[in-house]
Design a binder for this molecule. Structure first.
Ligand code: AHR
Length: 500
């Protein structure tokens, strides 16, 4: 099968936004404890942060990090997590049926962000708490000094205010599993009033209202409309969350997850714009896709403890990813980039150990999941402007999504370096594809590098023992002549082709 496509420097979708390459650290399982933080580990620095993990976080190219949850945040008392460690209380974490020791908290996270060179994205608790506590944490973080909370921060070692810009107004408040779950009307009220008060402290904050936890929620669509009808002027973003996984041995549908994400994004945009029209608003509300990934939610690693068992940092949600999962992650990144006009921020959930690209052995080594590769290469090479790829692709039939394109692609163009980068996925299980790409609008180009990630067995998984035998490799088939690029893309594969 052959797919024909054209990329032209004039077909700009919008800028490549660094915030598209965000991630997420939740107090969940071993993400924090024995993940980013482990004072007893040989690589730990003076703050107890694992230096080997930090190195991989930098290699991954993460831009923003959302914290501290997730479902965890809806029961979190932020002030438990500051001050001398020996005075910090242990608390029940209802979300994950665990005990939170509060050894790592707000100030540790901010120090970690500084060292990792990432932007924090803070989530506040609108499950068991409300406006007053939101103002308190904002005061602690962003006021230079002279108030009780800001002076407390200085006493705790942070002389300068953190000036955190991006704040999530709660987490998945549409979900019945959420502590303090709300109806759309209830959430719309508390989000609006919290945002209004927060803006009295810092008018230029960037605030994210909760959208839907997945496009499969029965409230999806009406939730967004109700929330934005009330909160429109007070917020900047509406969130979207969605996880994808292979179900019922249906690999074809799973490989088309990007198609589902694309529909989700377009529906949220339509709903936000409908609220804009009805409310006679001028600005546009954009999307913060602040939880996305492959996650096998029905599998054992995702089941929290029960009964009297409230462990500290149990191994939870430790999915081991295969090559097909990585191809889907690459496709989802292509989808986010293709919608860069309205998706202004995104977070791969999560960063370490918990449904994560980076894994640690407690007390031991780190290793890379298959999903690490497409993320790191996209974050590194997507630069400048996102360009539309006008693509005529063969179709494949899927059980869950009907007819979908077998190939999907996006391109980026960095005008200052002249580099053009094409990211492409072949979703077909059975057929390799030829991609014929017209690049004549760019003038003279040469191939800099062409890498493809695939394996004869798409179910091959990386492990602590072997995370290097299947990695993105040079695609020898890629050729360029007279402004036309030809590439052979194997079944179930992700590719990055760089030209300059
Ligand atoms: O990322 C794991 C969980 O998924 C988060 O805590 C929650 O927000 C979502 O349901």
């Amino acid at each position: 099968t052959t797919a024909r496509a054209t990329v032209d420097p004039a077909f700009i979708v919008g800028p490549v936004r660094r915030r598209t390459f965000g991630s997420f650290i939740e107090h969940l399982g071993r993400c924090v404890y024995t993940g980013i933080y482990d004072p007893t580990h040989p690589s730990a620095d003076q703050d107890g942060f694992r230096a080997d993990v930090m190195e991989l976080v930098k290699e991954l190219g993460v831009s923003t990090v959302r914290y501290p949850g997730g479902n965890f945040v809806s029961g979190f008392r932020w002030e438990d997590s500051i001050g001398p460690k020996e005075d910090r209380p242990r608390r029940l974490d209802l979300a994950w049926h665990s005990t939170e020791p509060n050894e790592f908290g707000l100030d540790e996270f901010m120090r970690w962000c500084k060292k990792a060179d990432v932007e924090p994205m803070m989530a506040i608790n609108l499950g068991t708490r409300g406006v007053a506590e939101a103002i308190d944490i904002l005061d602690y973080c962003n006021i230079p000094g002279g108030t009780s909370w800001s002076d407390e921060r200085r006493k705790n070692g942070a002389e300068d205010p953190y000036r955190i810009k991006m704040w999530c107004l709660g987490n998945e408040m549409d979900g019945p599993w959420q502590t303090g779950h709300k109806t759309a009307e209830e959430y719309a009220r508390i989000a609006t009033e919290t945002a209004r008060a927060m803006r009295q402290v810092n008018p230029d904050l960037e605030l994210v209202a909760c959208g839907s936890s997945t496009s499969d929620m029965t409230t999806f669509g009406s939730w967004e409309y109700t929330v934005l009808s009330e909160a429109y002027e007070q917020v900047d973003y509406i969130s979207a969350h969605e996880y994808y996984y292979e179900d019922n041995d249906d690999l074809a549908s799973f490989l088309a997850s990007g198609h589902k994400m694309s529909n989700f994004i377009e529906s949220v945009v339509a709903t936000a714009d409908a609220a804009r029209a009805a409310g006679k608003h001028k600005k546009r509300i954009n999307i913060s896709f602040d939880e996305w990934n492959v996650w096998y939610q029905k599998a054992t690693p995702s089941q929290p403890p029960t009964g009297d068992d409230w462990p500290i940092a149990p191994a939870l949600l430790e999915d081991h990813y295969n090559v097909a999962d990585a191809v889907v992650v690459g496709d989802l990144l292509i989808t986010l980039l293709r919608h860069t006009d309205r998706v202004h921020s995104a977070s791969l959930a999560q960063l370490v150990n918990v449904i994560a690209p980076i894994m640690t052995v407690p007390g031991g080594k780190t290793w890379k999941q298959t999903t690490f590769h497409p993320f790191a290469l996209t974050a590194k090479h997507a630069q400048g402007e996102v360009l539309q790829v006008a693509l005529k692709s063969p179709k494949i039939h899927t059980e869950r999504h009907g007819e979908v394109d077998a190939l999907t692609a996006v391109a980026t163009h960095n005008e200052s370096t002249g580099e053009v980068v094409v990211f492409a996925v072949n979703r077909s299980i059975d057929d390799s594809a030829s991609l014929e790409l017209n690049l004549s609008g760019f003038g003279d180009l040469e191939i800099v590098e062409a890498l493809t990630y695939f394996n004869d067995d798409p179910y091959w998984k990386a492990s602590p023992e072997d995370d290097t035998s299947v990695v993105p490799a040079v695609n020898e088939s890629v050729a360029l002549s007279n402004g036309q690029l030809d590439a052979h893309l194997p079944a179930v594969s992700w590719s990055v082709i760089r030209l300059a």
